[in-house]
Design a protein around this ligand. Structure first.
Ligand code: COA
Length: 298
């Protein structure tokens, strides 16, 4: 794992997000590699301010290889952890197999350890890529069961993060939110929530004023799917359904529902076939089945 990378014709840069041309090169790399468009992030408050990208650029400005780190505070088993997350890991096909990914991985891990993060997390469909660095997979579970009877009158307003007033409301609640679960949840990372609102067009964002809550949800026939709740005090599932004015027969919660006044059966989840991996956290596995909300997916 220590062979020097072949960096012929390439220039290394880190912390390059302020350079719009370099940022566009990353947008292009991620579009070409994963088919996702993170361009809209710039209209939603920009990348997480803690972001530290590590990239090798070709002479024409093409980003050949990249891996980014950013601070992603989480709560695990009731303990707040200052964690970093790795994301946007990709090497363009002509530059693969030269050790460039190993190089940016080592640089990102060195940066994380210099910054003093307690743990590092990532999502990947290639766990073997990260196991040599001490990452291990944490199994994820969603929760399913009969939906509770809705409680309270409808009070729902759909939000559009591209509308300035709605974005401000979201940012305010993102800053004041309580962790949706104490077993596993993010306690920060507003930029990830905002970009994820743009990546899945089926996710609805609804503000329920009387609950001081924004609900990220979907409906699949009779099944209500709850992705995330932004609120200083997490309301019950019954109050959420009442506020939304819907009466589904089934509910699926994409995080541990311990604060929702409702319980469901845990089901192994392989969100997009990806593994959630963690490095550096000592001690036991998750004390209960859990899942990191897809709105924190990075
Ligand atoms: C996976 C990817 C980043 C590898 O890039 P690369 O520059 O060819 O990788 P490197 O040459 O630096 O190889 C790094 C190490 O990863 C290993 N590796 C490469 N591709 C791998 C894969 N698909 N699965 C497991 N290990 C892999 C290499 O054998 C090498 O191991 P070593 O350090 O023991 O020698 C690149 O193929 C890619 O961008 N794929 C599409 C996007 C993707 O999968 N991103 C990462 C997942 S989050």
């Amino acid at each position: 794992m220590s062979a020097a990378p072949d960096t012929t014709g390439l220039t290394f840069r880190q912390d390059y997000f302020a350079d719009r041309t370099a940022w566009r090169a990353l947008v292009s790399l991620l579009h070409d590699t994963f088919g996702i468009d993170i361009g809209p992030l710039m209209e939603l408050g920009g990348p997480d301010p803690s972001s530290m990208p590590f990239g090798w650029f070709a002479e024409d400005g093409t980003l050949a290889a990249n891996l980014s780190a950013f601070a992603m505070p989480i709560v695990v088993n009731g303990r707040r952890i200052s964690a970093a997350a790795l994301q946007s890991g990709a090497v363009r096909p002509p530059w693969r197999g030269r050790g460039l990914y190993r190089d940016v991985t080592n640089k990102a891990l060195d940066w994380c350890s210099y910054q003093g993060f307690e743990a590092i997390v990532l999502y990947t469909d290639k766990p073997a890529l990260y196991e040599p660095y001490g990452f291990r997979t944490l199994p994820m579970h969603s929760f399913e069961g009969d939906a509770p009877k809705p409680d309270g009158a409808p009070d729902a307003r759909t939000l559009d993060p591209r509308v300035a007033a709605d974005l401000a409301l979201l940012q305010d609640l993102l800053a004041r939110r309580e962790a949706v679960s104490d077993t596993l949840a993010v306690t920060g990372s507003p930029a990830m929530f905002l970009i994820n609102t743009q990546l899945d067009p089926n996710v609805q964002l609804t503000f329920i004023e009387k609950l001081d809550a924004v609900i990220a949800w979907k409906l699949d026939g009779e099944r209500f799917i709850l992705l995330d709740v932004l609120a200083p005090s997490i309301p019950s599932l019954a109050a959420i359904l009442g506020g939304l004015g819907i009466k589904p027969s089934r509910a699926e919660i994409l995080f541990n529902p311990e604060k929702l006044g409702w319980n469901g059966a845990p089901l192994p989840s392989s969100l997009h076939g990806t593994h959630f991996m963690i490095r550096g956290l000592d001690g036991p596995e998750l004390q209960a089945p859990a899942m990191l909300s897809p709105m924190a997916d990075f």
